[in-house]
Every structure is written in C-alpha cells, then in structure tokens.
Design a protein around this ligand. Structure first.
Ligand SMILES: [Zn+2]
Length: 82
C-alpha cells in the first residue's frame, strides 16, 4: 500500500518547494509480528514518543517517531509491556 513517492531532491535554499511529510507508515508489531499501518502527526513535533496499541493483538507499543528535515519519518516500535 505505498503510493508514488517523489524522488528526493536535495535543495538547501529556502525555496518554495512544498514538503509533504510522511503521515502514515507501516510498522511491524514486536509482539505478534504483524504489519500495522499507523497514522503519524507531522504537526506534533520533530520527536514524538507515545503508546499505541497493535491493531492485531491489542498489546501496547512504545512508538518513537523522529522526523528529518525532508519530512521523512523514522519510526521505531518497542514493546511497552515490560
Ligand atoms: Zn501485535
């Protein structure tokens, strides 16, 4: 379920390029191993940590989201149920 994605063009000028941040990603549940699409909030800050439940097994994940300046989200999920 991945749409077309423009190739990155490095452009350091303050330009009028419109950056479209990643707003959904697919993560793999650390418990059941199933892939889950999750929705991100690009407006919520460049570093976000929160708890979200797996849509398959309903266990809680600790979700770590880091955004880079190109609007790319680096997402990690850990087991929060420790
Ligand atoms: Zn799961």
């Amino acid at each position: 379920m991945s749409g077309p994605r423009p190739t990155d063009s490095a452009d350091d000028d303050e330009g009028d390029d419109i950056i479209t941040p990643d707003d959904d990603v697919v993560v793999t549940c650390p418990y059941c191993g199933e892939e889950n699409p999750i929705v991100l909030d690009p407006g919520g800050g460049t570093a976000q940590d929160y708890v979200e439940d797996c849509q398959v097994c309903c266990r809680p994940w600790q979700v770590h989201v880091r955004w880079d300046r190109d609007g790319h989200a680096d997402v990690q999920v850990d087991a929060a149920d420790s």
